[in-house]
Design a protein around this ligand. Structure first.
Ligand code: TPP
Ligand code: MG
Length: 531
């Protein structure tokens, strides 16, 4: 790494900030997300210098809650950790939802949170609260660095700080990637223009440490299904195809494609006991979150549960019944393909009998989005009802599908999608409910400096949270009480909302109009009103 002692002249805050940012960027964290503030000015100036020199990408947002989710989306899509810079106080707390999601879905975020120096903490100074430890166990690493003074002591340990942060955020030492917080006190003067972070050129190398691979040899005779939950990855498809097992893949699994994908798996588990009751083993990839039928299978005492270790989603074992956590699986004999064939026959029967509607409904919306989406484009699914509709109706196709399933919140969906679009430069289609859109309406503010962005927000506007209609309380409560407490109908005028934020609003009520709208470039809000 670099010899910092060579460059300690200047304003200590700036010297430190320049070295910190230049080193993190050199270590592979090349996207920096900033919300403006005074205490963080040295970090922000250094980030601007790196961006001006073409060494980093810089994104500026007003609202730290959306900022955190955009950083998360960019890290998800790129596989590289995002840096997030905020000022002190509530600005830091506004990152909390994105930090929790990043924690549970294994996404690398490096939070640089500016703070008062030690002498101004705990004395009622303006915009000052307890920032170290604010995120509790949701961060992999939490450091509180003393305010830089003459630069030397801080720079001497900077090497170590940068390495620790990058290792924890990326999980390269065989841990789950995730968020880290580096809280830094800054003492006045808070910034200078020298040294220029872009001229420092530190060398940062992080070693990859591979963990031990756990193998399992399974008996081929047990009727097996492969369950691919969120972020399972194509390994699930490969395993199912290698041994002829039915593949039950959620839409954001990254595995819902190929001949073994049984798309109507939920119906089969719920309505075809002749198959469902024969399952003797479930191999789980990623984090399944969408249906009770799959979870019931994992609790079934006749079913042996084998969990494939997930780098991002951690060890999923909701029924506490996993007999093994492994990395690779093989079998002891030939697998009989008759088992797969029975699932495929049932899948075809169910899908052919559920004829598509002539009118534009949720199924047709899902089918149109998948049809319009090419290999390099992105689909983002909001939480709530539409991801479940996608689980029922999305065809098998290898497209990039993202969804925040770490905690399945309805927050931050627009911001996450923006981060994905920014990091990939590809058309990004977001399928979401009306409340999910309104929850994150503030993230419709886009910085014109970001350049052209192709994002389509396809809003299924059913005036409130229609997912709650299928739950217990919808049957017991009277209608007005249910509506007020759960469904929360809204009558926001979406054309006006879109116009206020500079998004093109396209109302759609039939399939042809939807297909045409899905070809529109730029920032588009497509609204389908459904009862
Ligand atoms: C941050 C957060 N708050 C609350 C919830 C609980 N919740 C789940 S779905 C939902 C309603 C979503 O409604 P909408 O986006 O319109 O989708 P719909 O089901 O109507 O398609 C709510 C409030 C949540 N998942 N996340
Ligand atoms: Mg709704």
């Amino acid at each position: 790494m670099s010899d910092f002692s060579a460059n300690v002249e200047g304003v200590p805050s700036q010297v430190f900030a320049a070295h910190l940012l230049a080193s993190l960027v050199a270590g592979g964290a090349r996207r920096i997300f900033i919300a403006p503030g005074a205490r963080s000015q040295a970090l922000t100036i250094a980030a601007g210098q790196l961006a001006d020199a073409g060494k980093a990408e810089l994104y500026v947002r007003l609202d730290e809650r959306g900022l955190g989710f955009s950083a998360l989306g960019a890290a998800l899509a790129s596989g590289e950790p995002s840096i997030v810079i905020t000022t002190s106080g509530t600005a830091v707390a506004n990152l909390h939802p994105a930090v929790l999601e990043a924690n549970h879905s294994g996404v690398g975020l490096i939070l640089l949170t500016a703070d008062r120096p030690a002498e101004l903490r705990g004395v009622g100074a303006n915009q000052t609260t307890s920032q170290p430890g604010m995120f509790a166990d949701a961060v992999r690493l939490s450091l509180d660095l003393e305010a830089p003074t003459d630069g030397v002591p801080q720079l001497a340990t900077l090497d170590d700080v940068v390495k620790q942060a990058l290792i924890a955020a990326t999980g390269v030492h065989n841990t789950q990637p995730g968020p880290v917080q580096i809280n830094v006190g800054f003492r006045e003067p808070l910034s200078a223009l020298e040294p220029n972070a872009a001229l420092l050129d530190p060398e940062v190398e992080i070693e990859n440490v591979n963990g031990q691979i756990e193998f399992a040899i399974l008996d081929a005779a047990t009727p097996t299904v492969v369950i691919a939950g969120a972020d399972a990855g194509p390994e699930a498809t490969e395993l199912a195809e290698a041994f002829g097992w039915p593949l039950l893949a959620e839409p954001s699994s990254g595995a819902r494609f190929g001949a073994n994908a049984v798309l109507a798996y939920r119906s089969i588990l719920e309505t075809r006991p002749a198959l469902a009751d024969k399952v003797g083993r479930a191999i789980v990839f990623g984090k399944p979150t969408l249906g009770r039928a799959v979870i019931r299978l994992l609790f079934n005492e006749q079913v042996d549960v084998v969990v494939v270790r997930s780098r991002t989603m951690g060890f999923f074992d909701v029924s506490r019944r996993a007999s093994a956590f492994v990395d690779e699986i093989t079998v002891d004999a030939e697998v009989d393909f008759e088992w797969l064939r029975l699932w495929q026959v049932a899948d075809n029967e169910i899908r052919l009998s559920a004829a598509a509607d002539a009118t534009l409904g949720r199924r047709e919306i899902v089918e149109c989005i998948w049809e319009a989406t090419e290999f390099a484009d992105n689909i983002v699914l909001g939480a709530s009802r539409m991801i479940r509709e996608a689980d029922l109706w999305a065809p098998g196709k290898p497209v990039n599908v993202f969804s925040n399933r770490g905690l399945a919140g309805i927050d931050g969906t627009v911001a996450t999608a923006t981060g994905i679009a920014l990091a990939t430069g590809q058309q990004t289609r977001v399928l979401l409910g009306d409340l999910t859109l309104l929850h994150d309406a503030g993230s419709l503010v886009i910085d014109p400096n970001d350049g052209p962005l192709d994002i389509q927000l396809l809003v299924v506007n059913d005036h409130g949270g229609s997912i709650f209609e299928s739950l217990e309380m919808a049957k017991t409560l009277d209608r007005p009480t249910f509506d007020r407490l759960f469904r929360t109908p809204q009558n926001v005028n979406l054309p006006t909302l879109a116009a206020a934020y500079g998004w093109l609003h396209i109302p759609v009520d039939n399939e042809d109009a939807l297909r045409a709208a899905l070809t529109q470039k730029g920032r588009v809000l497509i609204e389908v009103v459904l009862g």
